[in-house]
Ligand binder design. Structure first.
Ligand code: SF4
Length: 328
């Protein structure tokens, strides 16, 4: 796969990726909501503003009853699933996420995903028993030395073991990696595909590296949008059946245009951000004028690409699918 493809070669890659996506999923794209419940984090990843050493960040934990009200009574009509996301904060998992999952399962038909970092098997088991079905846990990068150098969570081997453990616990697991991290050469980038293909996943994201202001990598160069898009297309060709999100950071790397290009390069999942505005300012992902995706923007992007929101929950569409593949 040519991850540096441009011009006619990139157009050919786009055509193949789009065709593979349409063959598998038709013209429907999953639309989920995300709510961020805590920006406390006990990890210290150099590429993230929520890392524990960032003393400049006001930390918050949301209230589960307020989020439940939002999701039960005021959610966008197009969503079928919700992703509950936080820094690695077991306190928030117990006090906010668990009651929220239980309420959503009782009061709505939404599929429930969580993205909460590395938790104990007991705590992830409680979440699964409460009704969450998809666990999103990115391995971030497959190069063990760079992983340690960037202080990504634990060790790479531990992260991989956690991913396997979650799948064994019955979760549908989705992972992800960052394209274009400082220090990541071509071989290291390819290693991400190899690792992803070996893992028991139902989906994988590719995020562009975007240097955050309050991170250890603030002065590093952002990765090119084309690299991220080519990685998404390559992932789609590697695993036609996977759920591959169009991450909102595509807009930061390529304002306006980036998101729609992601939909052409293999993405089949859009995310509407429902984090209440009162706390959004402290959630570091949104600083630096990140382009927030609301329902209107997503439906406009989908319509412009001749696509429509799926009516099937992700967790139903993907239930029981945990196959592996080999990199060619
Ligand atoms: S990337 Fe995740 S685990 Fe790492 S510091 Fe940020 S929120 Fe914490």
């Amino acid at each position: 796969m040519d991850l540096e493809a441009r011009g006619a070669n990139q157009a050919a890659l786009e055509t193949r990726a789009a065709a593979a996506t349409r063959r598998q999923f038709g013209r429907e794209v999953f639309v989920r909501a995300v709510v961020e419940v805590s920006n406390f984090c006990r990890e210290n990843c150099h590429y993230c503003g929520m890392r524990r050493d960032n003393r400049a960040l006001d930390r918050f934990r949301a209230r589960h009853d307020e989020l439940a009200d939002l999701l039960i009574h005021h959610r966008p009509a197009s969503i079928t699933d919700v992703n509950i996301q936080a820094g690695e904060d077991p306190v928030a998992t117990r006090e906010v996420v668990l009651p929220l999952v239980r309420t959503l399962r009782r009061e709505t038909s939404l599929g429930v995903s969580v993205c909460l970092g590395t938790l104990s098997p007991e705590l992830s088991g409680e979440l699964h028993a409460a009704g969450a079905r998809t666990y999103i846990i990115k391995f971030e990068l497959a190069d063990p030395e760079l992983y340690a150098q960037l202080e990504a969570p634990g060790t790479l081997a531990e992260r991989v073991a956690t991913i396997r453990g979650l799948a064994a616990q019955g979760w549908q697991v989705s992972s992800g990696f960052i394209a274009g991290l400082p220090g990541q050469d071509a071989a290291a980038l390819l290693g991400n595909f190899r690792l992803a293909a070996e893992l028991p996943l139902i989906g994988c994201s590719v995020s562009p590296f975007v240097p955050g202001d309050e991170t250890r990598l603030a002065t590093a160069a952002a990765s090119p949008l084309d690299l991220t898009l080519n990685c998404m297309a390559a992932l789609r060709l590697l695993r036609p059946d996977w759920i591959i999100p169009a991450v909102s950071a595509l807009n930061l790397a390529g304002p306006g245009e980036g998101y729609r290009r992601g939909l052409r390069m293999g993405a089949n999942l859009c995310t509407i951000n429902l984090t209440p505005e009162a706390v959004r300012g402290n959630y570091l992902l949104y600083k630096r004028d990140r382009f927030i995706m609301n329902e209107e923007r997503i439906l406009t992007a989908l319509a412009a690409e001749g696509l429509s929101p799926a009516r099937t929950r992700m967790e139903d569409a993907r239930a029981g699918l945990t196959a592996t593949a080999t990199v060619r």
